[in-house]
Design a protein around this ligand. Structure first.
Ligand SMILES: [Zn+2]
Length: 551
């Protein structure tokens, strides 16, 4: 044996595999050599694997398994997702009986909690919005807050309303109230709170989350992500920079974290990164500031150019003028963006409706935003063609969540004006315009399962991911499996501005990769059932189905 290995580089050989290579050379290699020390791929090939040059413990025979570049989840909320794993989860709640039972059970299991927090309820599963009364039936004596699955709404109980000082005299936008003609509760708050600015202010009443609980949530989230093949998490965060830095300093980040700080945390003295592009070690990189412009389609608060179909000026359904909401005035938004860009930060903007995209592109024009800064529009659910063209000119990346196609079909059918239907979820059209598209889950909104996202990008089933019985939502917008893989690999790498190091498996790139139990490229319908056998980041195996986690 002529070992070329030495301890300084600690090379490892993966061979007898189908190693997916992406454009411009779309082909399979069968082996690659990478360093466990530098984390880089040294060489790849499709014939003559240098098997004899490596000792047994320095090589792995993958028995023809498929190896893909590690997945990027290009938009999620790691800490919130971790919290949703650790707190009360109402995600699968299909009735109010179940809703109340889960809260009652949680309450009795956690008698010492000063506040009860949970998330995940969905009005469309429950049949109506929950109210304070629903919670008070089972838990009147401890304040309770339950965020909706889209996290743009919350329901709280009466005690929580009292603590926050919310009553019939409160005039803050977003506080839902009974009508003035209600027999017993005229103008009283229902317990429903709408939209992010109100929720952020309300949450100041909750006991502050300890650093330790934030770290536990982040760790729980990263474990789930690794199991699903994620090697890079582009996470939007509020006040967790210190915790991420600590994990990075202690070498406890098993994946790449591209940190996006909410604009709302900017004036937080200790928990906002110190300067643009701040890095900690090789795994933590602060690279953007996140803005909110509009709401969500399901809450009918995404800002549209035409009114929601169920808008009724009499009862205000669909809110305000029926066009959804802009969370800040255009002037305020412009002032904040200009300031942040002036400080050298990169912009990431929550944009769901076409009116929101229009407003932000106008701001980009006025502040003369540099297209090479690669600003990001997160969600991009309703985009007219003229907006897609303007995004291209401004270098805007479309960060999309293919799983929303399945979840939101009801909202599109129920509320979206017919004229805007043609512009909904046009992922393929966006790609065809030469815009970089990056795939993500928006966890905890959707499960952080990139393979499920690929399945939805390819099949676009309107319900239950049932290929036999479900209709396809706009078949002309289905991506090929190769395009779907690209948005979760190369699209994410471009979004991270690391397309020369991440997103592909070739010499000079990082050995971030995923081993699957089946060939989803040949059989994309298997994406939902495919199992991630191993997840490697920078040449280190961080997850293995046989041996668990390694970090
Ligand atoms: Zn989000």
């Amino acid at each position: 044996m002529t070992s070329r290995n030495d301890a300084k580089v600690d090379f490892h050989l993966a061979y007898n595999a189908q190693i997916y290579s992406t454009p411009p050379q779309r082909q399979y290699n069968t082996w690659m050599v990478f360093s466990k020390v530098t984390g880089f791929i040294e060489s790849v090939g499709s014939v003559d694997a240098p098997v004899d040059e490596f000792k047994d413990d320095q090589k792995t025979d993958y028995q023809n398994k498929l190896i893909l570049p590690g997945f990027h989840d290009s938009h999620l909320h790691l800490e919130s997702y971790g919290e949703s794993l650790l707190k009360l989860n109402l995600k699968n709640c299909k009735s109010f009986d179940e809703f109340k039972k889960l809260i009652a059970d949680y309450r009795s299991k956690s008698p010492d909690l000063k506040w009860i927090e949970g998330s995940g309820w969905n009005k469309n599963y429950l049949g109506r919005f929950p109210t304070a009364e629903d919670i008070d039936e089972v838990c009147p004596d401890v304040p309770v807050i339950m965020l909706s699955s889209c996290r743009h709404a919350a329901v709280v109980n009466q005690l929580a309303l009292n603590i926050a000082g919310i009553d019939e005299n409160s005039s803050e936008p977003g506080i839902d109230k009974y009508p003035s003609g209600h027999p017993s509760k005229p103008n009283k708050p229902t317990g429903l709170l709408l939209e992010v600015p109100l929720l952020i202010r309300f949450q100041k009443n909750l006991p502050p989350t300890t650093s330790r609980s934030k770290t536990s949530a982040i760790m729980a989230a990263m474990c789930e992500l690794l199991k699903n093949g994620t090697t890079s998490a582009h996470t939007c965060e509020e006040n967790t920079w210190t915790e991420f830095c600590q994990l990075a300093d202690e070498n406890k980040l098993p994946m790449r974290i591209f940190y996006s700080a909410f604009i709302t945390s900017k004036n937080h003295p200790t928990n906002f990164p110190n300067f643009p592009n701040e890095k900690r070690g090789s795994m933590l990189h602060f690279n953007k500031v996140k803005f909110f412009v509009d709401g969500s389609l399901s809450a009918r608060t995404a800002a549209l150019s035409l009114p929601y179909t169920d808008f009724n000026p009499e009862d205000g359904a669909g809110s305000g003028d029926g066009l959804g909401v802009l969370l800040f005035s255009e002037e305020e938004q412009e002032k904040m963006m200009k300031e942040v860009v002036g400080e050298g930060h990169r912009l990431e903007v929550h944009v769901i409706g076409d009116r929101a995209a229009d407003v932000v592109l106008n701001i980009f024009d006025r502040i003369d935003l540099d297209p090479t800064s690669r600003p990001i529009f997160v969600h991009c659910e309703i985009l007219r063609k003229d907006l897609i063209e303007r995004m291209k000119v401004k270098g805007v990346i479309a960060s999309i969540q293919p799983q929303f196609v399945v979840t939101d079909t009801y909202a599109i059918d129920s509320y979206l004006p017919e004229k805007l239907f043609q512009y909904a979820y046009t992922w393929k059209s966006i790609l065809d315009h030469g815009i970089c598209v990056a795939g993500g889950s928006d966890a905890p909104i959707e499960e952080p399962r990139s393979l499920m996202g690929m399945f939805d990008a390819v099949f676009r089933t309107s319900e239950n991911r049932d290929l036999k019985n479900s209709s396809v939502f706009k078949p002309e917008e289905c991506l090929s499996i190769e395009q779907a893989v690209d948005i979760y690999t190369q699209g994410g790498a471009f979004t991270a501005m690391m397309e020369d190091k991440l997103g592909q498996l070739k010499a000079g790139f990082y050995a971030d990769f995923v081993v699957l139990d089946r060939d989803v490229i040949s059989n994309p319908d298997q994406c939902l059932d495919a199992v991630v056998l191993e997840t490697w980041v920078a040449g280190i195996r961080r997850w293995s189905i046989d041996e668990g986690f390694n970090f």
